[in-house]
Ligand binder design. Structure first.
Ligand code: XIL
Length: 445
């Protein structure tokens, strides 16, 4: 009994710490019984589960519901690329990427930065520069962009796709390679470290997922960087698979040999063309490989729904174009140790807590209830305050009580259109504790 109580208290105080350091968090449900999510199951294994996000879909309710429900990390799909942030030399535009970053950070998700130095989606003015000018443009680009999001980006793809496909192990021709030579990668990483020392700095590439000539070349570069103290923290494996380029049988071994060099490994752009059981099995193999490598810190899929995949015709993602979970979704969730529940992620409602006004003896809390991808006719949310706190007053809802657990229901009509929100509030008397209340699952019907 005593041990059990002790464990319970430890778990509670961990939760409290997490709440105090977060600005807001979301409690989720797809109905009366909440299924596990990709993000929560991955968190149980100490990993993040992310997705590429496009800013222009953030107005689509089921897109946002699935994003908020399932994922704990985001990568802007195109919005941080050179042609998006510095289309004209020296003029930086961050608006679309900021939309994604703010959405993610406001909900406690991590952000991967993608990408600083890449031959593609590169404005033509860069290719037109002479050597000295190109060097300063590259370093300025890295510095400006990283400083804009300083402290907000978990990992940056500093250099993307610098090696050639095939057996040569050579560098790919690009303005950077052709004018600055092999040293451009090292220079980019050193500049990046100075710009945001807290961000993990990754090299990211594709067709490097198994042991082959291209991954050997990247391996040798990382090994050299580690031996000479060039700052590199992680290697990203894009992991774009299809029948011509299936998940390699030595995928896990390849991740492990990089991890053994002393870097983290991340699966950064996972998508697998196909359908049904075959696709599901391939996805499960990727997840199991990552979980088997302790330095594999997270998995990002390259989009939420087949509807918006860059390879939509290959239906390579976990949700179909109507946002329904595919067999691949269930396989990933199961491989992560979660229990699948079917349906559409976030179809019910979500509840997000934020702290409002605060005084010496009390503070106001606000919970925003947002309908998912379907209309709902009513909702309920539990709010638990930590004893000796008490709730002095509430507004915009009808509370009922069970000890220190308040169940809030709507005042009168609780119907919400898909994606629509309402909020309720309450005043917590601190009685010596500033702990944030714990908001339970939002239940809709
Ligand atoms: C892709 C995006 O998904 C598309 O929307 C865009 O048109 C082209 O780029 N490797 C990468 C990603 O590192 O940035 C690419 O993303 C896919 C391949």
């Amino acid at each position: 009994m005593i041990r059990k109580g002790g464990r319970c208290r430890a778990a509670l105080s961990l939760t409290t710490t997490a709440l105090l350091t977060a600005t807001a968090f979301t409690a989720l449900s797809t109905g009366a019984e909440a299924a596990d999510t990709l993000g929560s199951a991955a968190a149980g294994k100490g990993r993040y589960f992310g997705t590429a996000v496009a800013a222009n879909h953030l107005g689509e309710a089921p897109y946002v519901s699935a994003l908020n429900t399932e994922f704990t990390s985001v990568t802007p799909e195109n919005e941080m690329k050179w042609d998006a942030v510095e289309r004209t030399r020296g003029t930086f535009t961050y608006g679309s990427a900021d939309q994604i970053v703010n959405h993610a950070l406001g909900r406690g998700m991590k952000v991967r930065g993608h990408t600083l130095v890449w031959h593609s989606q590169l404005p033509s003015w860069v290719a037109g520069l002479g050597t000295a000018d190109l060097r300063s443009a590259m370093n300025n680009h890295i510095t400006q962009v990283m400083q804009h999001w300083k402290g907000k980006i978990h990992s940056w793809d500093v250099v993307n796709e610098a090696f050639q496909d095939g057996g040569s192990g050579a560098r790919r021709s690009s303005p950077f390679q052709d004018k600055l030579g092999n040293g451009f990668i090292e220079e980019a990483f050193r500049t990046a470290r100075a710009a945001d020392p807290a961000a993990k700095l990754c090299y990211n590439d594709y067709n490097t997922d198994g042991v082959n000539a291209k991954s050997n070349a990247v391996y040798n570069m990382v090994k050299d960087f580690k031996s000479r103290g060039v700052p590199i923290d992680c290697v990203g494996f894009q992991s774009h698979f299809n029948s011509a380029s299936p998940v390699p049988s030595d995928y896990q071994a390849n991740l492990q040999r990089f991890a053994d060099l002393g870097v983290d490994v991340q699966i950064t752009e996972l998508d697998i063309e196909g359908s049904g059981t075959a696709q599901a099995n391939s996805y499960a193999n990727v997840v199991r490989a990552c979980l088997a490598v302790s330095r594999c810190t997270g998995i990002t899929v390259w989009g939420i729904t087949d509807k918006y995949s860059w390879r939509a015709s290959g239906t390579p993602l976990l949700l179909d174009s109507n946002y329904n979970k595919k067999p691949a979704y269930d396989a990933v969730l199961t491989a992560l140790g979660g229990s699948p529940g079917g349906g559409t992620p976030g179809a019910g409602c979500t509840a997000t807590y934020s702290k409002a006004e605060e005084w010496g003896d009390r503070f106001n809390g606000r919970v925003t209830v947002t309908a998912g991808s379907s209309a709902i006719s009513t909702w309920s949310v539990t709010v638990t305050v930590a004893s000796p706190q008490t709730v002095a007053t509430t507004w915009n809802g009808t509370p009922s009580w069970n000890g220190n657990v308040m169940t809030m229901r709507p005042n009168g009509n609780g119907s919400l259109a898909p994606g629509a929100s309402t909020s309720f509030g309450f005043t917590v008397m601190k009685n010596g504790s500033t702990a944030a209340p714990v908001v339970g699952a939002c239940t809709a019907s």
